[in-house]
Design a protein around this ligand. Structure first.
Ligand SMILES: CC(C)(COP(=O)(O)OP(=O)(O)OC[C@H]1O[C@@H](n2cnc3c(N)ncnc32)[C@H](O)[C@@H]1OP(=O)(O)O)[C@@H](O)C(=O)NCCC(=O)NCCS
Length: 210
C-alpha cells in the first residue's frame, strides 16, 4: 500500500465496515499550523487511550501543552484525517545512537476509539518506518503496557522483537538502509504533504486595497 497523502479506503477488519464511509481518509505529515487539530485530537482521547499511549494518567492541561509542542519537538508527526478530522497520530522521535553506533528513534501511535482495527495504525507505522529509514535511523524503539495486545500485534507485523522490561513491553524494529527508491518515494510524499497542509490552512481575509 502506498503511504502517499492521498485518499485511502481502509477496511475495518472486525466489522468489515469501511472507515472511509465516514469520509475521505488521508494521511500526511503534520505541521505547527495543525496545532488546533492536534489539541482537539488529544483532548478527545478517553482515559484508557491516554494511559496506553503515555503509560501514565494524563490530564487535559498536560495534553494541551503536549499538543502545542508536538510538531516543533525534534522528529516528525504524521496524522490520518477521516472526513477532515484528525483521528490517528504517529510520532517519530530520534534519541541518539546505541552502543553499536546505530541511530535510534522512538515511535508512538494513537488511534482514536471507533477508528481502530481498520489499518490506520499500520498505515502510520509504515509511513514512519520509511521516513526513519530515509533519515539514517537503523533502529525504531517502542514501549507499551504488557496487556496492549493491539500494539504488540501491530509492531510484530513489522518484525519487532519484543521483551518485557520493568513492567513494560519494549520492542525494537531494525530498519534496512535507505535506497534511491525509498528516498524518491518519500520526497514525493513530503511534497504532497506540504501541499495538503497548505490547503488545510484557514483562509485569511486579504488586506483591502487603500
Ligand atoms: C495500538 C493501536 C495504535 C493500533 O491501531 P489500529 O489502527 O487499531 O491498528 P491496525 O488496524 O493497523 O491493526 C494492526 C494489527 O493489530 C491487530 N489488532 C488491532 N487491535 C487489536 C486488538 N485489540 N487485539 C488484538 N489484535 C489487534 C489487527 O488485527 C492487526 O493485525 P493483522 O494485521 O495481523 O490483522 C491502537 O489500538 C491505539 O491507538 N491504542 C491506544 C494507544 C496505544 O496503545 N498506543 C501504543 C503505545 S505508543
Amino acid at each position: 500500500m502506498s503511504s502517499a497523502s492521498v485518499s485511502y479506503s481502509p477496511v475495518d477488519r472486525s466489522s468489515r465496515r469501511p472507515v472511509a464511509r465516514r469520509g475521505e481518509t488521508s494521511l500526511r505529515r503534520l505541521w505547527p499550523s495543525d496545532g488546533p487539530a492536534l489539541r482537539a485530537f488529544f483532548l478527545r482521547l478517553d482515559a484508557e487511550t491516554r494511559a496506553s499511549r503515555f503509560m501514565a494518567s494524563v490530564g487535559d492541561r498536560a495534553l494541551a501543552d503536549y499538543a502545542e509542542r508536538a510538531t516543533v519537538m525534534s522528529g516528525m508527526v504524521v496524522g490520518v484525517f477521516v472526513g477532515g478530522t484528525l483521528r490517528a497520530l504517529g510520532e517519530l522521535r530520534p534519541f541518539g545512537s546505541g552502543a553499536s553506533g546505530a541511530r535510534r528513534a522512538e515511535v508512538a501511535l494513537t488511534v482514536e476509539q471507533g477508528f481502530r482495527r481498520a489499518g490506520l495504525g499500520t498505515m502510520l507505522l509504515r509511513r514512519m518506518t520509511e521516513a526513519a529509514r530515509n533519515r539514517g535511523i537503523a533502529e525504531l524503539h517502542l514501549r507499551c503496557l504488557p496487556y496492549n495486545a493491539a500494539m504488540r500485534r501491530l509492531v510484530m507485523g513489522f518484525g519487532a522483537q519484543m521483551r518485557l522490561e520493568e513492567g513494560e513491553n519494549e520492542g525494537t524494529i531494525r530498519l534496512a538502509q535507505a535506497t534511491p527508491l525509498s528516498l524518491w518515494r518519500e520526497g514525493i510524499e513530503t511534497a504532497l504533504d506540504f501541499g495538503l497542509a497548505v490547503t488545510a490552512l484557514p483562509q485569511l481575509p486579504l488586506p483591502r486595497a487603500a
